[in-house]
Design a protein around this ligand. Structure first.
Ligand code: ADP
Ligand code: 3PG
Ligand code: MG
Length: 393
């Protein structure tokens, strides 16, 4: 593990400090913050900056608005929650790098905060456009990286800004790196990766890195669909992410040479259109109008079996649509079982952490990471661009 230069050593009083946070929080249908964990986890850094008399300018993305202003993804509900938590107002500069942001950051007094509107409203963020990065960097004198969940993205705020300003790792980034490093450097075996969720196109190409690294990879959630389809199963009306054929062929080829066991669902809980009833059916017998929404009891038993003598567990991604109580049992039963198994258990992901909370299974984990894709890449030993660019301690 390479330690990064931390904010403890930065001189902060009266300085304008740009802080990248990951406030990409789960939202309610009306945009309100459904779970403020990612905000809470940034507080050690924010409180340190405030106590040290810094003038803090916060930057984050929310969702994937793809370079356009989209009111569904405004950070207004986030600054509202943040202001309540900090007990002081955090104004929002809605023009990101415009006159509001420039004047707002110049007017900050020691210990005050300003937040920039969703960085992904601007096309320059994801493109890491040099002019956009330079405009962001001009708002501050120092940069603090505390957005662990976004370190796997080479964007203007995660790479462009730290290449232009003296940069430091925040406390959340330090803690995440310390905890997750335990899975990279000689994890105790057997090591089981339990994977699910819905960001299939993002995550599926990463899974091959678990081959040889983990002893068992158990796959549920929507992530399992392309594997099942690739093995010739028809999945009814379930939407299966396409375009992954080559990745799956390559995965199977790599799996043949590796000692890692792959465990896939053998049964499923189905949603039937037009009814609220659910069915449990074997994977080979899914009717044409049905949609897979959860792993079934036989799969739960297999996953629990795989975890039974594990010593290290990495979990990312719900095993079904666990926000709906009809489809939460798979995720709940597998994760609840973990609580009675000794070893080091890490849960990861914005949605995963919220669901663990809702299902009352957070005590199954020694550490809940705020990162989803970032944690997934980190535990596979991949260099994260947002981390690599920070100076070493
Ligand atoms: P994380 O944020 O933890 O990294 P993802 O964003 O990849 O996880 O996925 C979380 C979402 O996956 C949840 O909202 C859950 O409803 C969804 N999901 C998992 N399995 C299914 C399924 N079978 N059908 C529909 N949605 C699913
Ligand atoms: C996450 O929720 O995993 C991070 O905030 C990154 O979001 P992204 O996958 O849209 O880049
Ligand atoms: Mg998610």
């Amino acid at each position: 593990m390479v330690a990064k230069r931390g904010i403890q050593v930065a001189s902060l009083r009266g300085r304008r400090v740009l802080v990248r946070v990951d406030f990409n929080v789960p939202q309610e249908a009306n945009g309100q913050v459904a779970d403020d964990r990612r905000i809470q986890e940034a507080l050690p850094t924010l409180n340190h900056l405030r106590a040290a008399g810094a003038r803090t300018i916060l930057m984050s993305h929310l969702g994937r608005p793809e370079g356009r202003h989209d009111p569904r993804f405004t950070l207004k509900p986030v600054v509202h929650r943040l202001s309540a938590i900090l007990g002081q107002p955090v104004p929002l500069a809605s023009d990101i790098i415009g006159i509001q942001a420039i004047e707002g950051s110049a007017r900050l007094a020691n210990g005050e905060f300003l937040m920039l509107e969703n960085l992904r409203f601007h096309p320059g963020e994801e493109a890491n456009d040099p002019a956009f990065a330079a405009a962001l960097a001009r708002l501050g004198e120092l940069f603090v990286e505390d957005a662990f969940g976004t370190l796997h993205r080479a964007h203007a705020s995660t790479v462009g800004v730290p290449s232009r300003l003296p940069s430091y790792a925040g406390f959340l980034v330090e803690r995440e790196v310390r905890e997750l490093s335990r899975l990279v450097e000689r994890p105790e075996r057997p090591y089981v990766a339990l994977l699910g969720g819905a960001k299939v196109a993002d995550k599926l190409p990463l899974l091959a890195s678990f081959l040889g690294r983990a002893d068992t990879v158990a796959i549920g959630g929507a992530l399992a669909f392309p594997f099942l389809a690739h093995r010739g199963h028809t999945l009814g009306a379930t939407e299966v992410e396409g375009g992954l054929e080559d990745v799956l062929v390559e995965f199977d080829r790599a799996a043949m040479g590796a000692k890692t066991e792959i465990v896939l669902p053998t049964d499923a809980v189905l949603e039937r259109p037009g009814t609220s009833a659910t069915d449990v059916v074997e994977i080979g017998a899914i009717p044409p109008d049905a949609i897979i929404r959860d792993i079934g009891p036989a799969t739960v038993a297999r996953f629990r079996g795989a975890l039974l003598d594990s010593r290290t567990v990495f979990w990312n991604g719900p095993l079904g649509r666990a926000e709906d109580p009809r489809f939460a049992a798979g995720t709940r039963d597998v994760l609840a079982h973990l609580a009675s198994i000794p070893g080091y258990h890490v849960g990861a992901g914005g949605d995963s952490a919220r669901i663990a909370q809702d299902l009352a299974v957070t005590s199954s984990f020694q550490f809940l990471s705020t990162g989803g894709g970032a944690a997934l890449e980190f535990v596979q030993g991949t260099e994260l661009p947002g981390l690599a660019i920070l100076p070493d301690a």
